[in-house]
Design a protein around this ligand. Structure first.
Ligand code: PHE
Length: 334
């Protein structure tokens, strides 16, 4: 009875295991042979029960062998799938985050640590959100600062040239205090080269509350560059944007004598990394915010440029070619 249970529970995956099993029970020197040989020594009154038991065992063993062989044949037919269970597995290729995502995530993290949320908006925009609300009325010469791809004219539909359009949408739909950053892809009709592309990525930031000053802007930028690039020096140069007054360009010092950490590529001199300024009162009013009660600052930077700097990438086009040999180099960067 014990043997019967063993037989019924037996399982095997290879031909040799099945053969071993067959020899053990059904072979010419197998267990069943021995049991049959012992039959003559069994007392008469037990002969009937003993005989039935060994016959049952023999049938069970035979059936088991047949069933296992059939299963094995079936597996071999589907060869390559289950055929050789000892075959080494196929390695799973791990992906890597794109350098644009790496830099975007880092910028987002740095600003979320001081209370900024993330807002997004459409890449196809109307004239109002990309230009007019931002103090760039029709025929304003500053519109030429950003060569635009138009999808339709009159009324104008275009590919957004900056994510300032998202800030307009955010102001229209929220009340101060506002602390938001808007990452996203933008488009400009520019010649493609190693340094510039007809699309790239930006993170723009907006902070609006009572009594926000230029000092708050400068301190926020210093905090950001220190977190992003290591201990760094920044400089603000007067500049012009229609939507901010005053406006400035932010340079970060990229020099050998700067006390920087490994993240900073050794180079020389001041490097422009973003534009910024105090939000023009007209823009606040255009978006339904009382400019007598509230003030704020805004800034915008290109993610691609920063990715090139941090990872020593020589050509901006590499960021959109999707060459795996390039992309897989970012596997170890978190
Ligand atoms: N929108 C500007 C650009 O795309 C950047 C910017 C944002 C400048 C906010 C000042 C304030 O160039």
């Amino acid at each position: 009875k014990e043997e019967l249970q063993k037989v019924e529970a037996f399982n095997a995956a290879t031909a040799s295991e099945i053969e071993d099993f067959r020899i053990k029970y059904l072979g010419s020197k197998g267990l069943l042979k021995q049991y049959f040989a012992a039959f003559k020594d069994v007392p008469n009154e037990e002969k009937k029960e003993y005989g039935q038991a060994i016959n049952q065992l023999k049938t069970a063993a035979q059936e088991k062998v047949n069933a296992l062989k059939a299963a094995l044949d079936h597996t071999i037919e589907k060869k390559g799938v289950y055929g050789d269970l000892t075959r080494p597995g196929e390695a799973i290729e791990l992906g890597a985050r794109h350098p644009i995502s790496l830099v975007k995530n880092r910028i987002t993290e740095i600003f979320s640590n001081i209370g900024f949320n993330v807002s997004e908006g459409p890449e196809i925009e109307d004239d109002w959100h990309n230009f007019t609300a931002l103090n760039l009325p029709e025929y304003h010469p500053a519109r030429d600062m950003q060569d635009t791809f138009f999808i339709q004219t009159n009324p104008d539909v275009l590919l957004r040239t900056h994510t300032s359009s998202v800030q307009v949408r955010y102001m229209e739909n929220n009340t101060p205090p506002i602390r938001t950053i808007s990452p996203g892809r933008v488009y400009r009709n520019e010649a493609i080269s190693a340094r510039s592309h007809c699309f790239f990525h930006q993170v723009e930031g907006l902070y609006i509350d009572k009594d926000v000053s230029f000092a708050d802007l400068k301190q926020t930028l210093q905090y950001f560059t220190t977190e992003m690039f290591g201990k760094s020096k920044i400089r603000l140069r007067p500049s012009y944007f229609p939507f901010t007054e005053p406006s400035a360009e932010v340079d970060v010092y990229w020099g050998l004598e700067t006390e920087t950490d490994y993240r900073m590529t050794k180079g020389t001199g001041w490097l422009e990394i973003m534009g910024c300024g105090m939000v023009d009162p007209n823009v606040l009013e255009n978006c339904g915010i009382d400019s007598k009660e509230y003030s704020g600052f805004a800034f915008g930077m290109g993610i691609d440029r920063i990715a090139l700097l941090l990872h020593q990438i020589p050509d901006i086009r590499m960021l959109s070619e999707n060459d795996v040999r390039f992309l897989e180099q970012f596997k170890s960067v978190l």
